[in-house]
Design a protein around this ligand. Structure first.
Ligand code: NAP
Ligand code: MG
Length: 491
């Protein structure tokens, strides 16, 4: 099977795209520091890409190139910017197979997830084509005779983007596309785990689309080496960070306390609840829980971490859910019907195994489990979980789900909100008014009635409350995020 996969890679990989660690001012080059970094296939263990990482001087070069290129870009006509962004979409479409294969290989994504990620990359890139026309200022009423009071909306300048490894290409894209579209330049630091799909491949796409040099720069390097310089760089006017809550808190802190105070968007961890009220369609709910938890082996910020079921339908729901989970195909992510592929690496697996051990020892009822094969962990279901257990308060970034029994709507809402996180959520009920009332009580940025917790549309606000972060992506929300207001009066 390994030989088979290798053949597949050779047939989709060689092609004009090969990678250096840095794309700065339109030039591909190696890092000065000379430390080798590797990107690996989590399923086969194969090394996919080996580069020499960048250091602080490379970060400097990237920000300087961005600052140099930005003013001219900002002054280009909206039609000129839109034409380039439209070509980005064309390249994404033309290179679909290559992109999907890279996503499968580099982050152990199943084909289902990789295709969904490609589609999201296309949708969000397409949405950005309209942004150059959607930046609007205002003329305000004014009480001073002979004065005009105006608000200009201007680009911030240079935006630093940091993305994680789980949905690397879309999580870079949803910052990079909009940031450029509203007239900024960008320096992007992908996770070293997904250097290609999170950054280098994206740079190739924008390069091929004809984006002028210096507007998108990519620096791959070790976070401990370049992270601080990247975030606190004086040229960076805004940091758009997606990743864990612990790293996000640190970065948010440095944006406030570093030499130059700067705004930050933080899209962080989650522990999304899916609530099943006593009048829910249980087949629908069970199906949504299977996909909502196990897509990408549960490594999604919006994954259904906790299932909260009304006691009246608890057993009937579990019967359907367990049957659905038993039917999941685990293993080779490149096969079209695999739902659970490998987790990212040994560290992630060890973390999951220790969470499983704790859940067992704290008395959760293990309805389904099993030993990992390589990095593929079979689905685990823990029932009768209570809010005093440690697993109830952690983000579980893998194919492990907790199920809680609630005594009515109020109790379900209490359990749903008993978390430091507030990203996504969902509630199942046949009564629309009851569903909306419940949704409004959830402390989260997003709640879906009768659907899965994993949802992102390019025209809807995406983001979290509490320790899930600050700010909103997509459409008008991200246009506002990546621009600044300048009040100008004319006497
Ligand atoms: P992470 O460890 O926080 O890393 C995120 C990014 O930050 C990576 O590029 C990482 O680079 C970089 N980084 C780490 N330490 C840094 C530092 N001191 N300074 C600057 N950059 C630094 O998160 P992850 O493990 O990649 O991703 C999983 C987490 O992301 C989960 O908690 C998940 O819920 C969250 N997430 C949130 C959203 C959302 O939209 N809310 C979406 C997806 C994922 P290296 O990896 O190279 O160290
Ligand atoms: Mg990490």
């Amino acid at each position: 099977m390994k030989a088979e996969m290798r053949r597949e890679v050779t047939s989709t990989r060689p092609h004009p795209y090969s990678f250096d660690s840095l794309f700065i001012d339109g030039i591909w080059r190696r890092g000065r520091r000379g430390l080798a970094m590797k990107s690996k296939d989590p399923y086969t263990g194969e090394v996919l890409c080996e580069i020499v990482g960048g250091d602080r001087t490379d970060v400097d070069d990237a920000y300087e190139a961005a600052a140099k290129a930005q003013a001219k870009w900002a002054s280009m006509l909206p039609a000129q910017k839109a034409a380039i962004l439209q070509r980005v979409v064309t390249v994404i479409e033309a290179r679909k197979d290559e992109i999907v294969n890279w996503i499968i290989r580099e982050s152990g994504s199943t084909r289902i997830k990789a295709e969904a990620e490609w589609d999201a990359v296309r949708q969000h890139s397409l949405a950005a084509v309209s942004f150059p026309y959607r930046i609007e200022g205002k003329i305000l009423p004014c009480d001073v005779e002979g004065m005009e009071s105006r608000v200009y909306r201007q680009p911030i300048g240079v935006i630093g983007v940091i993305s994680p490894w789980n949905f690397p290409m879309i999580l870079s894209t949803r910052s990079v596309g909009p940031a450029l579209a509203v007239g900024n330049a960008v320096v992007l630091k992908p996770s070293a785990e997904t250097m290609v799909t999170g950054g280098l491949l994206l740079a190739k796409i924008y390069e091929e689309a004809g984006l002028p040099s210096g507007l998108l720069n990519v620096v791959v390097g070790s976070s401990s080496e370049i992270g601080e310089a990247f975030v606190t760089h004086p040229i960076a006017g805004f940091i758009s960070f997606t990743g864990s809550t612990s790293v996000g808190k640190h970065i948010g802190g440095r944006c406030a306390t570093g030499p130059n105070i700067k705004p930050v968007a933080l899209e962080l961890g989650g522990s999304s609840p899916m609530v099943v009220l006593d009048d829910a369609d249980l087949d629908e709910a069970a199906g949504a829980a299977v996909i909502g938890r196990f897509l990408h082996q549960g490594q999604i910020c919006m994954s259904t971490n906790r299932i909260i079921v009304d006691a009246k339908v608890y057993d009937a729901f579990l019967e359907r859910f367990v049957a659905g989970v038993k039917a999941i195909k685990c293993g080779d992510p490149s096969e079209p019907d695999t739902l659970i592929g490998p987790v990212l690496n040994r560290k992630q697996l060890d973390e999951l195994l220790s969470q499983i051990k704790a859940a067992r020892s704290e008395g959760a009822r293990e309805l389904l489990g099993g030993e990992p094969k390589g990095l593929v962990l079979p689905p685990h279901i823990f029932a009768n979980v209570t809010t005093d257990m440690s697993i109830a308060h952690q983000e579980v970034f893998g194919p492990v789900v907790t199920v809680f029994k609630a005594q009515g709507d109020e109790d379900a809402l209490r359990i749903a909100n008993d978390t430091e996180y507030g990203l996504s959520s969902s509630v199942f009920t046949r009564d629309e008014r009851r569903g909306v009332r419940f949704a409004l009580g959830v402390h989260a940025g997003m709640t879906h009635i009768n659907n899965i917790t994993v949802m992102d549309f390019a025209n809807c606000p995406f983001g979290g409350e509490k320790n899930s972060g600050l700010g909103r992506f997509n459409s008008d929300w991200v246009i506002e995020e990546f621009t600044r207001d300048h009040w100008i009066t004319v006497q």
